[in-house]
Design a protein around this ligand. Structure first.
Ligand code: CP
Length: 338
């Protein structure tokens, strides 16, 4: 390929014919042919308002393996900080509203992945995924939820594929325990919500074991029960860990903050601090039906789960992480019709 220098690159302000009009015509032509050009090379943008290891890297690799060019964007770090409140007078440090930012990106990219965690301050807004909905309505490109305030569908898809692979398709009717674990921070409910629905949709016999004050959303519980009923299964809820783990096939550990955090953060912290013994131990795993241990990661060793469990043959958390890549490829291939 020959690389030709641009004439008058700095000012492009010449009175003679320096090719400027030809470039204007070429730009108009690219606009007219934009659909056909994007069929040749896909472009994927990944917008991370929050930190990530697995989701970010597995999406980057998934896009590359499918032949797409991937751009990862961290608002406020090398790109403008984004405002998302409607009606806000933008006289603070955020230079660009998501209406424009997403409107622009969706003209360049064939899909946009977005990670935007829960606010932790407004339950109804988090439950309704208001930020993600605003992003979807500002976009003309497909939006992929890379963990929103209330859901982590990519994780759930990967976990479902992990379970189906591990149990060789014989997942239905197996005992799945979603077990609350202590964590020093009040983590969001996106993963437990998605995990619960995922296990119910697979037709597993599901138990949620959590301390009082850490109940999941009633609407999510009702939805899980309705999925389970289609498979003639149930979704139980208890605070008795030993009983819940008895003969379980899967222990899925996850920490999440209590609903109290939305009205009184100090009270929720103090409630949680009394629950440091809610950790997955080898003794709890011994109660299972030689069950597997799962966690979406990142996981705090010695806090959420003991080393003896994570380092045992029962732990399949790394297989789960591998399936993030395969699941993300399935999503991108679906969106792009590959
Ligand atoms: N499980 C998960 O989403 O991991 P990351 O937060 O590292 O992306």
């Amino acid at each position: 390929m020959t690389v030709r220098p641009l004439p008058h690159l700095l000012s492009w302000n010449s009175s003679r014919d320096d090719g400027w009009h030809a470039h204007v015509r070429a730009a108009c032509d690219y606009y007219v042919r934009r659909e056909r050009i994007s069929e040749v090379q896909r472009h994927l943008a990944l917008l991370f308002f929050n930190s990530s290891l697995r989701t970010r890297t597995s999406m980057e690799v998934a896009g590359a393996q499918l032949g797409a060019q991937v751009t990862t964007i961290v608002p406020g770090s090398g790109v403008w900080g984004f405002e998302w409140e409607d009606g806000k007078i933008m006289d603070g440090d955020k230079a660009e509203h998501i209406h424009e930012a997403i409107g622009v990106l969706s003209r360049y990219y064939d899909a946009i992945g977005v990670r935007a965690f829960a606010s932790g301050t407004d339950y109804l807004s988090d439950r309704d995924d208001v930020l993600l909905r605003r992003i979807v309505s500002a976009s003309t490109a497909p939006i992929i939820n890379l963990e929103s305030a209330f859901w982590h569908p990519c994780q759930a898809l990967a976990d479902a594929a992990t379970l189906c692979t591990h149990f060789g398709g014989g997942v239905r009717g197996r005992k799945f325990v979603l077990c609350w674990a202590y964590h020093p921070k009040a983590l969001p409910m996106a993963v437990p919500n998605s995990t619960l629905i995922m296990a119910a949709r697979l037709g597993m016999q599901v138990t949620v074991v959590r301390p009082d004050g850490f109940e999941l959303d009633e609407g999510v519980m009702a939805s899980a029960r309705s999925h389970a009923a289609r498979h003639h299964q149930t979704v139980e809820e208890t605070s008795d860990r030993a009983a819940a783990c008895h003969k379980a096939d899967v222990i899925y550990a996850k920490a999440w903050g209590g609903r109290l955090r939305y009205v009184d953060q100090a009270a929720e912290s103090s409630l949680r601090l009394d629950l440091t013994d809610w950790r997955i131990t080898a003794e709890l795993m011994d109660r299972t039906n030689n069950g597997v241990f799962m966690h979406c990661l990142p996981v705090r060793r010695g806090v959420v789960v003991d080393d003896a469990v994570l380092d045992s043959r029962q732990a399949i958390h790394l297989l789960q992480a591998e399936f993030r890549l395969h699941a993300q490829k399935a999503i991108l291939a679906h969106i792009w019709g590959l």
